[in-house]
Design a protein around this ligand. Structure first.
Ligand code: CU
Length: 498
């Protein structure tokens, strides 16, 4: 049906044009060819001037009307140091091309009007004009040189890598279909080595677990960076081309499989400050969820984002991550909540090549856990009914001899008792249910005593410590598996008084 209507329209239009042609031909014959030609020339000239005015005004008005949608204008100000320079460069180019645009369009349509065919008009013959040619070659050449040189200079400074002795934070982003895998260096400030051959379901970016630098690396779900700090992003891709794009920071770099790229930028406006700045624009005062009248206005829910700027496949749209710029204090607090990927997901598992070894990062993690648990109990009014399991204190099989690695947690307990002079503590030993209950009770008692002995050897008064053995009497896991048994063999502590 539609096809038929379109066909009929085309046919009718063709008939109209043919008829107009015929009428013009007839009037030409009546009035004389030249008269008609002059009439047409006149109207073409007038229409050129009308078009010139409407088109130029339209361009300027629409540019002004939509200016707040351009990067660098209205709510789209740059949030990074180098971004301002790029925006400036964009404006300089816009001014020059804008001037040229206006001049050429005015000249084009005005000349079409001025030199329209007239009765008795004759074209002047100018073979060439040296002065004119020099002017229209030299001016664009000078302007182009200025634009290119200042552009190159800006490019070199924007793309400059970290210099020696410069303070910076290095993070890593790996593009995969369809996600960004982010990695932070952890406490040591260094990202561990990686190898694509080591990629597996439990090791998504192929970190080398024999490299100690990898032990504390963590993989957060969002980018959080402190304001004013230089950030170097290592950009990698695991499958196809992706592009690391932080529009608010004017950061954009391809992520190429097998060819690491990078970008250095310094965020200078925190998320909170940016929200305050865009607050004045009406579009940001609309509800963030139009269907929910209770929802917050858009400026309050605004977040910087990381996007993929490469059409990398059908799930491309989902490659979005939140970017947060925070103060140094907030950043440090956030760092504390992040857990090492290795220690959380790989440690002690089948694929862990470091079984039997203990790492500094791990010792620190256990210490942090212990300290935070103890500081909570200290302020708890029901402290004497709370116990803490010392998961990293272990004994040799069927013996009260402490394993070598137990000393780290024992030292943490020691530090706690030294720092809290009035605390009296009970040490409870437990065994699994293998063997004779009487023997188990004795073993658990002597194990608890071994812990007390270790601590008094380090200078804690024995009067502050009580050792108790409970044998296999209070299992925490009743299953009859090796795992459950390992859980039940344990040492717990309890604060008696403080
Ligand atoms: Cu992508």
């Amino acid at each position: 049906m539609t096809v038929l209507i379109v066909f009929i329209c085309i046919a009718l239009l063709s008939i109209v044009f043919i008829q107009i042609g015929k009428i013009t031909e007839l009037t030409g014959k009546i009035k004389g060819e030249e008269e008609v030609q002059l009439h047409t020339n006149h109207w073409n000239g007038v229409l050129s001037i009308i078009f010139l005015v409407v088109f130029l005004c339209g361009t300027v008005i629409s540019a002004w009307y939509f200016k707040d949608r351009m990067l660098g204008y209205g709510p789209h100000i740059s949030a990074s140091v180098h971004g301002k320079r790029l925006d400036f460069l964009f404006n300089v180019t816009l001014i020059f091309t804008g001037i040229v645009f206006c001049i050429t369009h005015i000249a084009l349509f005005y000349f079409a009007f001025k030199y329209k065919g007239k009765r008795g008009g004759k074209a002047a013959h100018i073979s060439h004009d040296n002065k004119l040619e020099i002017i229209w070659t030299a001016i664009p050449a000078v302007v182009m040189t200025f634009l290119v040189v200042s552009g190159l200079d800006a490019w070199n400074s924007v793309m400059a890598d970290i210099k020696n002795n410069e303070d910076y934070l290095e993070i890593e982003a790996t593009g995969v279909q369809f996600n960004w895998l982010l990695r932070y260096p952890g406490e040591d400030g260094k990202l561990g080595t990686r190898d694509y051959k080591k990629i597996s379901s439990s090791n998504p970016i192929g970190q080398d677990w024999s490299d100690p630098k990898n032990m504390d690396d963590f993989q957060p779900n969002e980018i959080v960076v402190p304001v004013g700090k230089k950030i170097r992003v290592r950009i990698v891709a695991r499958d196809v081309l992706h592009s690391f794009f932080l529009p608010h920071f004017r950061v954009k770099m391809d992520a190429v499989p097998g060819m690491p790229t990078y970008f250095v930028f310094t965020p200078e406006i925190t998320t909170q400050q940016y929200r305050e700045r865009i607050r004045q624009y009406p579009e940001y005062q609309e509800l963030s969820d139009p269907k929910d009248p209770e929802s917050k206005p858009r400026w309050q829910t605004f977040d910087y984002e990381l996007a993929c700027a490469e059409l990398c496949g059908k799930g491309h749209f989902s490659m979005r991550r939140i970017v947060k710029v925070v103060t140094m204090e907030e950043y440090k607090a956030w760092l504390k909540t992040q857990k090492s990927y290795y220690l959380e997901n790989v440690r002690g598992k089948e694929e862990d090549p470091n079984k039997g070894k203990i790492f500094d990062a791990e010792i620190k993690m256990h210490r942090d856990e212990f300290n935070s648990e103890m500081s909570k109990i200290l302020v708890d009014s029901a402290y004497s009914s709370k116990t803490v399991k010392l998961s990293y204190i272990n004994f040799e099989e069927n013996s009260e001899k402490l394993t070598e690695d137990s000393k780290y947690q024992l030292d943490d307990v020691h530090a706690f008792l030294s720092a809290n002079n009035n605390v009296k503590m009970e040490f409870d030993g437990y065994t699994d249910n293998t063997g004779d209950p009487g023997a188990n009770q004795l073993l658990s008692q002597s194990r608890a005593q071994a812990v007390v002995r270790y601590l008094s050897g380090k200078g804690i008064s024995p009067t502050r410590m009580v050792a108790k053995g409970f044998g296999s009497s209070k299992p925490i896991d009743n299953a009859n598996t090796e795992e459950a048994k390992a859980k039940n063999r344990r040492t717990e502590i309890r604060i008696l008084s403080k």
